[in-house]
Design a protein around this ligand. Structure first.
Ligand SMILES: O=C(O)CCC(=O)C(=O)O
Length: 297
């Protein structure tokens, strides 16, 4: 396997060039896609929930691990994650005008933001639990018109769990998967001729947009104590088919108290609560079927 730096894009290049690059590569790495202040404000809120397990280092300007490392589904994660999910600023982040504008590059005038929104807490000393190579089309049971958006909440350099993408991999459709350890729990097939990955250091506010079939993964976090914090969600042109698992909070079908009423309990504004209720093309199990499925696991 070899790596090359991400092909960087800027909004000033204009929609035509960006759309063409996205169609060719299957991703856009957009420098300063979201204002650093907007990211810092969300980062402060997330860190307040992670304290005392993760603390901001004012000298290094990085989140640092203070206790034991943990991974999604560990008891400590399950205790903290509902509080991060309950942050109004976390959900509103993706409905901000600047984020909406980024989504318009690939989804046209009226992007629909998926209800499920993810915060990633990649601690060091959990090697093997990093995000395996996957396609979001599989994870979210979505058509190719869906996209992913990933935003760095702080600088992420080598050995801190950077993201990697397999350029042009979106052109080969949805791939077979097998079970894997790590975020999402599945890994997709990588073909023998696919040896060149794109990666690189990112700064606070840098954004990656992924095509639904773009294969991507995370590097292991090999740092001594840095915790990589980022946020991501999915979006599509309004009206495209939406699978009902995406209507739940991330980990909501696994962590008993983590439902929308829990999330909304302290919100100041009703804006963006249950905003998908009239979505025109929902398919998949209904609420009672999802609850039964979750209970049977
Ligand atoms: O941040 C990560 O480790 C995973 C992100 C990801 O897979 C995504 O945004 O689709």
């Amino acid at each position: 396997m070899s790596t090359q730096p991400f092909i960087a894009s800027t909004l000033s290049e204009g929609e035509t060039i960006l759309k063409k690059r996205f169609a060719d590569l299957g991703y856009l790495f957009i420098k300063n896609g979201v204002a650093a202040e907007h990211c810092q404000s969300l980062l402060d809120d997330v860190l307040a929930e992670l304290s005392p397990h993760v603390e901001w280092s004012p000298d290094r300007l990085l989140p640092t691990l203070k206790g034991e490392p943990f991974y999604e589904t560990d008891p400590l994660f399950d205790e903290i994650y509902p509080e991060i999910q309950a942050l109004e600023s976390f959900h509103q982040f993706f409905h901000h005008e600047s984020v909406h504008q980024l989504m318009q590059i690939t989804s046209g005038e009226n992007p629909f933001v998926y209800p499920m929104k993810m915060a990633r807490i990649s601690t060091p000393k959990k090697l093997g639990y990093e995000t395996p190579p996957h396609q979001d089309a599989h994870s979210h049971q979505a058509p190719e018109s869906m996209c992913g958006i990933w935003v760095a909440l702080h600088e992420v350099t080598e050995n801190m769990g950077r993201l990697m993408v397999l350029p042009k991999s979106h052109k080969r459709g949805i791939r077979p998967v097998h079970q894997a350890q790590g975020v999402g729990g599945v890994q997709c097939e990588i073909y023998d001729d696919e040896t060149l990955w794109h990666t690189g250091n990112v700064e606070q506010g840098d954004v990656i947009l992924f095509h639904a079939c773009c294969v991507h993964k995370a590097e292991p976090n090999r740092s001594e104590d840095v915790v990589r914090l980022s946020v991501d969600t999915r979006f599509c042109p309004y009206g495209e088919p939406l699978f009902t698992s995406n209507l739940y909070p991330h980990h909501g079908l696994r962590i008993p108290k983590l439902d929308w009423n829990y999330i909304y309990k302290n919100w100041a504004s009703p804006a963006h609560q249950f905003y998908w209720k009239d979505y025109p093309d929902l398919h998949g199990p209904d609420d009672s079927q999802w609850i039964a499925l979750a209970a049977s696991k």
